[in-house]
Write a protein that binds this ligand. Structure first.
Ligand code: FPP
Length: 221
């Protein structure tokens, strides 16, 4: 969800106002994804590297996340959105953690759209943790066995979510930036110059249309 800061700076506004506008985009797009029946979405909201940002910006981001959950939870219940997370949320401010845990519990049976909020998320961290957990299980069971891919995958943050089909990055950045490196092995990549606050329902449709035109071979012919 890139470009919140640039969107704000271009308008002579504070970066936190850009993040606020970005939160409105999240709200609009979740509605749209439910409407067009997309069953899963992952939103890269805060990376393991984002802790390097100035403290006030970090605080503003988590305050926005809190406000988002407080003001939108009833709506998510009504729309059938289930909230899950990827990333080590134990490092998040306590209020955010509590709100997320309550939101995950309350929305746990919703079926229309799984919205995966990636918070304190990094793909290398995810893969490293999975490898460590696998090794720990082996040591505990006193057996040394090469893991099947499926068993390893089960140790990622959200093993029930399917592989990424379409990965969208906004604001002209042409990198993966440590996002879902394992799950996006065969993802179709879609880059746009639009900033995240400007990214609209039509832009989602355009990305999906483009996705539909791609020929996916998954290494076959
Ligand atoms: C990247 O833009 C955006 C972020 C690091 C934060 C994204 C967070 C939100 C949209 C709000 C909270 C999230 C939820 C799920 C409610 P940037 O700051 O890197 O912008 P720039 O590249 O223009 O500086």
């Amino acid at each position: 969800m890139d470009g919140n800061g640039r969107w704000a700076e271009a308008r002579g506004r504070r970066r936190s106002e850009g993040h606020r506008a970005g939160t409105e985009t999240v709200d609009r797009l979740l509605d749209h994804l439910v409407k067009i029946k997309v069953p899963y979405v992952s939103l890269y909201a805060f990376s393991t590297e984002n802790w390097r940002r100035p403290r006030p910006e970090i605080t503003a981001l988590f305050n926005l996340l809190n406000e988002f959950i407080i003001t939108r939870l009833d709506k998510m219940m009504a729309k059938g959105v289930r909230i899950v997370t990827s990333g080590d949320i134990s490092r998040l401010p306590k209020k955010s953690r509590d709100l997320l845990e309550n939101a995950m519990l309350r929305t746990g049976r919703n079926k229309k759209l799984v919205a995966n909020f990636c918070l304190n998320y990094g793909a290398r961290d995810e893969i490293h943790r999975a490898a460590m957990r696998f090794a720990a299980k082996q040591i505990a069971g006193r057996k040394i066995k090469i893991p099947k891919e499926k068993e390893f995958r089960a140790l990622l943050w959200q093993p029930e979510m399917p592989d990424v089909d379409l990965l969208v990055r906004t604001a002209g950045e042409l990198r993966l930036s440590n996002f879902m490196l394992y799950q996006a092995a065969y993802a179709e990549l879609y880059f746009t110059d639009k900033t995240w606050p400007e990214f609209s329902e039509n832009d989602v449709d355009a990305a999906i249309f483009e996705f539909g035109r791609r020929k996916r071979k998954f290494g076959g012919l």
